[in-house]
Design a protein around this ligand. Structure first.
Ligand code: HEM
Ligand code: HEM
Length: 226
C-alpha cells in the first residue's frame, strides 16, 4: 500500500486524537489543552496541503448530489475550524495570553459550543470516507474475501455503538453544549476519565454510522432508479 497514503492516515488519526483530547479541558488543564489544540491545527495544515488538489478542483466539473454534500460539508468544516482557531487566539490564557480580549465571554461560548459542533462535523467527514477507511483496514488485516458472519458481527457492533451514542449524547449534556448554553455540569474526571472519552467516541461513532448508511442508502436508491 502507498506509504504516503498510510502516513496521511496516521496523521489524520493523530489529529482526531488531539481533537478528542482537547475536549477534556478540565482533566489536564489549560496549558495541555492549548498545546494539544494548536498541534491539531498544525496537523490540519498538513492535511490541507495533502488535499490542495481537491480544493483546486472545486471550480471544475459539475458533481452528483453526494459530491455536492461532500463539498458543502468540507467547507463547513473549514469555516468551523477557522472560527475555533480565531476564538482560541483571543481567549488564550497560556500560549497567546498577550492576545486575549478583555471581554471574551462571547468568544468563549463560541469556542466551546463550536467545538462540540465540530466533533459532529468531523465524524460526518469521516463517515463520508468510511468505505475508503474500511478498505484500507481490510488490506492491512489481509482480508480479501467477504464473510457473512464477520459482516453480521461488525454490523451488530455498529448498532451497539449507535445506541450507546444516543445514551452518551445525554450523558455529555450535548444538547445544551450545541445550543451554546452556559452550564456548570462539567464532567467529573475524578470519577472517570475513560467514561468521558468513551462517550465522545460513541457520539462520533453514531454520526459516522448514520452518515455511512445514509450514503449507502442514497447510492442504492440511485442504482435502483437507473
Ligand atoms: C482542537 C482544538 C480545540 C478544541 C476542540 C477546543 C475545545 C474546547 C472546549 C470544548 C472548551 C470548553 C471546556 C468545557 O467547558 O467543557 C474549551 C475551553 C477553552 N479553550 Fe479550547 N479547544 C481547542 C483549542 C484551543 C486552543 C488552540 C486554545 C488557545 C490557544 C484554546 C483555549 C481555550 C480556553 C482558554 C478555554 C477556557 C474557556 C472558558 O474558560 O470558558 N482552545 N476548548
Ligand atoms: C481532525 C479533523 C479531521 C480529520 C480526522 C480528517 C480526516 C480525514 C480522512 C481520514 C480523510 C480521507 C483520507 C485522506 O485522504 O487523508 C480526509 C479527507 C479529506 N479531508 Fe479531512 N479530516 C479532518 C479535518 C479536515 C478539515 C478541517 C478539512 C478542511 C477543509 C479537511 C478536508 C479534507 C479533504 C478535502 C479531504 C479529501 C476529500 C475527498 O477526497 O473527497 N479535513 N480527512
Amino acid at each position: 500500500m502507498n506509504p504516503v497514503f498510510l502516513l496521511r492516515l496516521a496523521l489524520d488519526g493523530v489529529a482526531a486524537g488531539l481533537l478528542l483530547f482537547a475536549f477534556s479541558y478540565y482533566w489536564q488543564g489549560n496549558a495541555a489543552h492549548e498545546v494539544a489544540g494548536l498541534s491539531m491545527f498544525m496537523l490540519l495544515m498538513v492535511h490541507g496541503a495533502f488535499h490542495r488538489r481537491w480544493f483546486a478542483g472545486l471550480a471544475k466539473a459539475p458533481r452528483a448530489r453526494r459530491g455536492k454534500f461532500n463539498i458543502a460539508l468540507t467547507l463547513l468544516l473549514l469555516t468551523g475550524m477557522l472560527v475555533l482557531l480565531a476564538t482560541s487566539l483571543v481567549i488564550s490564557e497560556t500560549v497567546f495570553a498577550g492576545l486575549r480580549w478583555d471581554d471574551d465571554f462571547t468568544a468563549r461560548r463560541l469556542h466551546a459550543g463550536g467545538a462540540y459542533w465540530l466533533l459532529l462535523v468531523v465524524a460526518i467527514h469521516l463517515g463520508l470516507r468510511w468505505p475508503l477507511l474500511m478498505a484500507t483496514a481490510s488490506r492491512l488485516f489481509g482480508i480479501t474475501q467477504p464473510n457473512r458472519a464477520r459482516t453480521a458481527v461488525l454490523r451488530s457492533i455498529t448498532l451497539g455503538i449507535a445506541v450507546q451514542g444516543l445514551i452518551s449524547a445525554q450523558a455529555l449534556n450535548l444538547r445544551d453544549k450545541l445550543l451554546f448554553q452556559m452550564s456548570l455540569d462539567w464532567w467529573d474526571f475524578g470519577a472517570s476519565v475513560a467514561g468521558f472519552f468513551g462517550h465522545c467516541l460513541a457520539v462520533a461513532g453514531l454520526c459516522i454510522a448514520v452518515t455511512h448508511y445514509a450514503m449507502r442508502g442514497l447510492r442504492h436508491g440511485q442504482r435502483m432508479a437507473a
